[in-house]
Design a protein around this ligand. Structure first.
Ligand code: URA
Length: 209
């Protein structure tokens, strides 16, 4: 039987030869994602940039440094979470991913989420947020919603906060909400997997006469 770790490794490996969209022609390396298979938190960014495309790893540039800082601000390390993108290959000149590219890449992300089965999905920026929410990011950042049995928390993209320093305090404040959301999600998952016990039957009155 395949373990979850093997299933994830196999999936990441299969992605490396993907030819499903035109980004295959311009990328250097596919960037499947990285992190432990039992991560409770999955972060979904937009698309690999220059450094990610060279190294084959997500969020290794300046935006990645800010993501690491944000995680540290709530007592987490980068290696505690799974990090991936909505599109696994770098769009030329870091342009926005196009709808056909997002669509072509969707089955990869869906398979990853199926294997990872996280408690909370954190979207970074409007492209990954658009998978779940149809509202503007400035209205709903930091407001989680439940989809099936997984919570989704929309965040501004760290790169947006690097370009516009005014977004930084909101991004850090939104991250502060994650520990409580995780606690709630853990409790809900526990309650779901623990069958509610029937109360023991009332002791029968023994009738001696
Ligand atoms: N690096 C990534 O991997 N994804 C982004 O969205 C930005 C930087």
């Amino acid at each position: 039987m395949t373990t979850r770790a093997e299933a994830l490794a196999l999936l990441e490996d299969r992605m490396k030869d993907c030819q499903k969209c035109p980004l295959a022609q311009t990328r250097t390396r596919v960037v499947p994602g990285e992190g432990p298979v039992d991560a409770e938190l999955v972060f979904i960014g937009e698309a690999p940039g220059f450094n990610e495309d060279r190294q084959g790893r997500p969020f290794v540039g300046q935006a990645g440094q800010l993501l690491t800082e944000l995680l540290q601000s709530i007592g987490l390390r980068r290696q505690d979470v799974y990090i991936t993108n909505i599109v696994k290959c770098r769009p030329p000149n870091n342009r926005d991913p196009m709808p056909n590219e997002i669509e072509a890449c969707r089955p990869w992300l869906e398979s990853q989420l199926e294997v990872l089965a996280p408690l909370v999905i954190c979207t970074l920026g409007r492209h990954s947020m658009g998978r779940y929410f149809k509202m503007s990011i400035s209205r709903i950042h930091g407001q989680p919603a439940k989809f099936g049995d997984v919570w989704v928390m929309p965040f501004f993209h760290p790169a947006a906060a690097l370009h516009n320093q005014a977004l930084r305090p909101a991004l850090f404040a939104d991250f502060q909400k994650l520990p409580a959301l995780l606690d709630q999600a853990r409790a809900e998952r526990r309650a779901k997997s623990t069958p509610v016990k029937e109360p023991p039957p009332e002791p029968k009155q023994l009738s001696l006469f």
